[in-house]
Design a protein around this ligand. Structure first.
Ligand SMILES: [Zn+2]
Length: 304
């Protein structure tokens, strides 16, 4: 099962304990996709999980008479459309009043209890949210139908310290997160603890991989530099030898020159340890610089 669907199904299995939260979650589910019609109240959703959750909450809160229809979307045949209809009946007014009461409070920025705010957001997410597999990239979004809806949800998220981006797409306005940390925070807030765990696993692995890559790059760069220097030292010594200057070198210089030719890949530190008495890395480097200067002189001679 896909990451997105698993997260949604997990969230849709949570039944809030308190009545205030149950109503808030139902209001969240119906926030974008619910409407009053001449026949009653329709909730038309594209996610089976959303339809299931709405049905359970309505039953729990109001026990209304409901009709449920599943229709295959013609043009986008992969998805079904679920309609939960509450036909006109005596308790319809109370149901609509309850839903609109919560929605209007949030539209006016009267946030009330955090428990209800979370439940409302969960309802919205179950209906309209989706999540990209974090192995690919971090992306969570909630698609709304208007800037006003997006603004309400954005402000609601901000009460929890979350800062979604907003983008317009043809007929829709989407709220999105691209930061793994914020996505994890939101899922945690909504109660999607398994989703958070899988996300965090991916984040740990990705983090480790980046770290290992950085280390490897760093070591390769250093190794390249060391090898490059060693190669240059050997070239200098060969040139000095070729031109017959080797016997005139001081014993100190001849000593490291011989070692370098014998151990072309050894580091300066390793060469220093082979000397008797041992010499520090900078001491060895100093001798190679003298050899370099002599080789440079020979090269200049040649070009003159
Ligand atoms: Zn509550």
């Amino acid at each position: 099962m896909g990451f997105s669907r698993a997260a949604r199904d997990e969230l849709a299995r949570i039944m809030p304990e308190r009545r205030c939260c149950q109503l808030a979650e139902l209001a969240g589910l119906a926030y974008i996709d619910g409407r009053l019609t001449p026949q009653g109240y329709d909730l038309i959703v594209g996610q089976a999980a959303a339809a299931r959750m709405a049905f359970r909450l309505l039953k729990q809160l109001y026990q209304p008479y409901m009709e449920i229809r599943v229709r295959r979307r013609v043009r986008f045949s992969k998805h079904n459309v679920y309609t939960i209809r509450i036909p006109s009946q005596p308790r319809l007014r109370r149901i609509v009043g309850g839903l609109q009461g919560v929605q209007q409070r949030y539209t006016k920025g009267r946030w009330g209890r955090p428990c209800c705010r979370k439940a409302f957001l969960r309802g919205v997410y179950i209906c309209r949210g989706s999540l990209t597999n974090p192995r690919k990239n971090y992306h969570l979004e909630i698609v709304t139908d208007s800037f006003q809806q997006a603004a309400v949800i954005q402000s609601l998220m901000e009460t929890f310290g979350l800062a979604p981006g907003v983008v317009q797409r043809k007929k829709h306005v989407a709220l999105y997160f691209k930061d793994g940390e914020q996505i994890s925070q939101l899922l945690n807030l909504l109660g999607g603890h398994n989703a958070v765990l899988s996300l965090e696993n991916v984040r740990v692995v990705k983090g480790m991989r980046n770290q290992v890559n950085r280390l490897v790059n760093c070591e390769t760069a250093n190794m390249d530099k060391t090898l490059e220097a060693a190669y240059r030292q050997a070239e200098n010594i060969k040139l000095i030898e070729e031109k017959g200057w080797f016997p005139s070198l001081s014993p100190d210089l001849r000593e490291v020159a011989n070692l370098r030719l014998q151990y072309p890949y050894a580091s300066l530190k390793e060469l220093g340890e082979m000397l008797d008495p041992p010499l520090s890395k900078s001491g060895v480097n100093h001798r190679f610089r003298k050899l370099e200067a002599i080789a440079e002189e020979i090269r200049e001679e040649k070009t003159r």
